[in-house]
Design a protein around this ligand. Structure first.
Ligand code: ATP
Ligand code: MG
Length: 456
């Protein structure tokens, strides 16, 4: 990198930023207290290494966002921002975030997802499912595998993070700047040109984790996919986006443990035979073990834990939160509450001031977003014993079969209804999640009251 190139980079970035801010050199001088002459020198490449403070004053005066600010500061450091970005996006430097704990179960889902990510024609995938079901955890594992096995650079974008300007004087890392562009682009803002120039024609995976704020994918995202031919985009979202070309992968909770597991006399360790092949029980036992190391996994403990998992639909976040209540309740009490009032357990006891991000509120919001027809049907389906088929539901509820099929499909995509293991060759059987049964009944009742009020 020659010094001239670096300076040109800075001059170009500064001019672009000032034009973006829509002000003249004189106005910038007035706003920043940097002299017009110093600004002119910088823009003409005569000053190659301005003081950090000068740059900060200019950036503040132009009210630059994190991306432009980072580009400017990186340019001063001796390289044009786009080449720094490109280097930072190389495989060595772009791993996905390392998960803190082991992935339990999910081997089939992981295989299906990574197989799709490895094919050329699937470039836009969305893992969709109810809050806390494990979408982020699965995407993390898949991204990690793509990174280590296929040496694929990963741009991991947490869509839940608010786009905030960095504190005055701080430089965002190139990766943070890239994520900033991606976050902006995903919600329909700028960033397309910048991202397209950095990604170019290299194979890369961009993960938009928790892309829940908008109902449709931004056209810019599709444009980016057109421009960068070897880019793949993996999204996690609680509800499907209504966008053609987006392959949906519905993620159900972990398999439900058998309600009454039978003990295997030949098992070498107490409780072991009961957890074998039951990822939900294995995961819940690990949460229980953290909270109550004194509770040894005897057969009776494991059986009770399996029943708690069942009552909580084997939704990982619900199980994790429920385990936190073991500081207060005995395991038997936990089971009683899980069976009667599961929502009392789904907000973590250790996070006292629960806000709208608590699982209870997220589930209520998911039910709240249903239209009246879906809400009424969900309420009615929730009153049926688990294991109904679409045909039975249609007959019992006197709703046309086509309507039941369409609405159950929509409810499954949102994760409010799950498929249960088939018995023999028969039709698919379904059940409403225990966690949302009460919410669905309340919502259906409200819808009925409203339509009665409209009639009168
Ligand atoms: N298969 C699994 N093995 C181990 N831990 C898991 C598994 N699935 C989920 N978890 C844990 O459960 C919690 C919730 O999972 P995660 O955050 O992936 O859910 P999510 O579907 O992304 O939820 P949200 O819609 O709120 O973003 C996390 O702590 C996660 O690490
Ligand atoms: Mg998530």
């Amino acid at each position: 990198m020659t010094e001239q190139a670096a300076t040109d980079g800075l001059a170009r970035q500064l001019i672009a930023a000032r034009r973006w801010a829509g002000i003249t050199q004189e106005q910038l001088a007035g706003l920043s207290t940097v002299s017009v002459r110093a600004i002119r020198d910088l823009e003409q490449g005569r000053v190659r290494h301005p003081r950090r403070e000068t740059l900060r004053l200019l950036a503040d005066a132009m009210r630059l966002g994190d991306v432009r600010r980072a580009a400017l500061e990186l340019a001063v450091e001796g390289a044009p921002a786009d080449s720094v970005m490109r280097d930072a996006f190389g495989a060595e430097l772009a791993p996905p975030p390392e998960p803190l704990r082991r992935l339990v179960g999910r081997s089939e889902e992981l295989r299906a997802l990574t197989r799709l990510l490895a094919t050329e024609h699937e470039r836009l995938l969305t893992v969709v499912g109810i809050a806390g079901v494990g979408k982020t955890r699965l995407a993390q594992e898949a991204a990690l595998l793509m990174h280590t096995r296929d040496r694929m650079p990963v741009l991991w974008v947490d869509m839940g993070t608010a786009v905030t300007a960095p504190a005055s004087g701080t430089v965002r890392s190139p990766r943070a700047a890239l994520a900033g562009w991606a976050r902006s682009l995903a919600v329909g803002g700028p960033g397309l040109d910048e991202l397209a120039s950095v990604i170019g024609d290299r194979a890369a995976l961009m993960v938009l984790d928790g892309h829940d704020a908008v109902p449709r994918l931004a056209p810019q995202l599709l444009e980016l996919l057109h421009g960068c031919e070897r880019l793949k985009v993996l999204i996690t979202a609680r509800e499907p986006h209504r966008t053609p070309g987006n392959r949906l992968l519905p993620l159900a909770p972990l398999p439900l443990p058998a309600p009454e597991p039978s003990a295997d006399a030949a098992s070498p360790l107490p409780g072991q035979s009961l957890t074998a092949g039951e990822p939900a029980v294995e995961l819940m036992l690990s949460y229980v073990g953290h909270m109550r190391p004194d509770l040894l996994p005897t057969d009776s403990v494991v059986r009770t834990v399996a029943r708690v998992c069942h009552a909580l639909d084997a939704v990982p976040r619900a199980m994790e939160s429920a385990a936190s209540w073991l500081l207060l309740h005995s395991l038997e009490e936990l089971l009683r509450i899980a069976r009667t009032r599961p929502l009392d357990l789904v907000d973590d006891a250790t996070l006292s001031d629960m806000n709208e991000e608590g699982l209870g509120a997220l589930l209520a919001a998911a039910v709240g977003r249903l239209d009246d027809t879906q809400a009424t049907l969900l309420g009615d389906l929730g009153a049926l014993a688990d294991g109904w088929t679409a045909e039975q539901a249609s007959a019992v509820l006197a709703v046309p079969a086509a309507t039941v099929a369409r609405e159950v499909h929509a409810l499954m995509l949102r994760g409010l209804v799950r498929r249960l293991p088939a018995t023999g060759e028969g039709a698919s059987r379904f059940g409403v999640l225990n966690l949302v049964r009460g919410l669905a009944a309340d919502r259906a009742e409200a819808a009925a009251r409203q339509s009665a009020a409209l009639v009168h």
